[in-house]
Design a protein around this ligand. Structure first.
Ligand SMILES: [Zn+2]
Ligand SMILES: [Zn+2]
Length: 297
């Protein structure tokens, strides 16, 4: 399916997402009743680091959009990897980007004659990839391979607040607060009335995020909680959340939302989730798991 891609600047916070007419989006797949079918979002990795059974952050939307490229990407087959046309990056940290250079190497031959994989990120994130990964020392520059004229990767900068159209999918770039420039994402299918799926990315407490989410009528929220409460000094230093901070953040989320916890360090899941369970949250809060598939839209 040809994939239309367009980018626009979201002019000001608004109560509902509206897609500016920039390019004709590809039609959404429909079921026998003519209604758009749900978009599968597969959790490839949701751990804060690696160990057997623990993969770092990566989600696959439909079969062609990757959201972050942590070690979970390595569980995809070569055919699945070759179908990825767009990669959305929250920030430059290794646990979120290390799949990008390896993906490029794996699929370069299979994608011969096809357009480059578009890697979308903040300018600072893309600069970090160019300088510190694709520098000829850590890895070859796959934005110029197999040839500078027809490379396997291309970089597409976005800004916080942008609304991206990836075929029939719409992605709003949300603010995040981390040790490096970072973002989260809100995803919607073709129906503007659908409640969006929201991923915070790595973030410290962030009032700007909740200000925007209050306008978005969130359906499902994937939010990080990287550390236990007794590691809150480390959480503060590394600009992550711990359960007590999560509780304060979730109080700013209206209604009763399905909340999924991600980015817990290996070996810490039971301790972190016990502290999360003790929060006085009106939302249903559960741990995200690799292999889980969420139906969006
Ligand atoms: Zn990070
Ligand atoms: Zn991370």
């Amino acid at each position: 399916m040809p994939l239309a891609w367009s980018r626009s600047r979201w002019p000001a916070p608004a109560p509902t997402l509206q897609l500016p007419a920039l390019s004709a989006p590809s039609p959404a797949p429909t079921g026998p009743d003519g209604r758009p079918t749900a978009m599968p979002l597969r959790v490839l990795g949701c751990s804060g680091s690696i160990a057997a059974g623990c993969r770092t952050t990566a989600f696959l939307l439909d079969d062609d959009v990757l959201i972050d490229a942590g070690t979970g990407v390595g569980d995809l087959t070569l055919d699945e990897l070759a179908r990825i046309d767009d990669v959305l990056l929250t920030h430059s940290h290794l646990d979120h980007v290390l799949g990008v250079p390896l993906l490029a190497d794996s699929v370069m031959r299979r994608r011969a004659g096809r357009p480059p994989i578009r890697v979308h990120g903040l300018p600072e994130t893309l600069d970090a990839l160019r300088q510190h990964l694709f520098n000829g020392t850590i890895w070859p520059d796959f934005t110029r391979l197999p040839s500078a004229r027809a490379p396997v990767l291309e970089m597409r900068p976005f800004a916080c607040g942008d609304l991206l159209a990836l075929g029939h999918r719409r992605v709003e770039v949300l603010p995040a607060l981390h040790t490096v420039p970072a973002v989260g994402f809100a995803l919607r299918g073709p129906g503007d009335t659908d409640a969006p799926w929201v991923f915070t990315g790595d973030t410290a407490p962030n009032p700007a995020l909740w200000q925007r989410l209050r306008q978005l009528r969130v359906g499902r929220l994937v939010i990080e909680t990287a550390f236990r409460n007794d590691e809150q000094a480390l959480a503060r230093l590394s600009r992550h959340l711990h359960p007590a901070a999560l509780g304060a953040e979730l109080q700013q989320l209206a209604g009763a939302v399905e909340v999924w916890i991600t980015h817990v360090k290996p070996g810490e899941l039971a301790a972190v989730m016990a502290e999360v369970a003790a929060l006085d949250a009106r939302h249903a809060v559960r741990a995200l798991a690799a292999g889980q598939v969420m139906a969006l839209g």
